[in-house]
Design a protein around this ligand. Sequence first.
Ligand code: MG
Length: 271
Amino acid sequence: MHWLNFEHNGQSFVGYQEGDRIQPVEADDMFAVIDGRGTEPAGDSLSLDDVRPLAPIRPGKVICVGQNYMDHCREQGIEPPKKPLLFSKYPTCVIGPGQEIRWVEGLCEQVDYEVELGVIIGKAARRVTEEHALDFVFGYVTANDVSARDLQFNDGQWMRGKSLDTFCPLGSAIVTADEVPDPQDVSLRCRVNAETRQDSNTFEMIFSVRYLIAYMSQAFTLEPGDLILTGTPDGVGVFRDPKIFLKPGDIVEVEAGDFGVLSNPVGDTLK
Ligand code: MG
């Protein structure tokens, strides 16, 4: 199923997609759906044209993986890491489809895109094995790990450059795990102003979704509604020659598999 948060006539709802329509359900938020509550239909279905998709979830933890694609390591001329490089983004950076990516004028000048497969955890995972790791996945979501490279590389650690407000577009749908039988075979694409910048597949991942969940869960508990961003393939702006960064007026589109296009404009800098 494809689960969405959406707005209709000024009210927000949770629902699932059926072709070009969406069926609202009783649940107030996606956490209830993940928990299996409130999934009964509530009211008539609506045309997708009549609703505005919102970010499908305001996740709990957002745990990210750096340098997790062979092609991304090749473009940087670095050896693939021996173990996952983990960092985090704050949940306050999540925005939905169509919302503007923005930053404060003068705070940063090297803002970049990163298409990623996002994993939404479905039940608490603590010290799980690789063999059982995918049983803890509720679904998958298209994500853009927007990054201010100047802050990321000059701060000594990555947190600030990754966590600016609006720096985690998500959506529009969470696609349930049963519809993604092999998370290591999902195409990933990113376009800026309709020009293809990234075009790869999750089979280039160094550490698989299965491995990452097992690895993380040895260190900390993954909870329902946590989001894992699994890394980005090659083609990011900072490793191009010449480097190219996002600017106000750009339109960034990212896609994972056939989940749908996640499009976000870059807004004017905040004065
Ligand atoms: Mg990333």
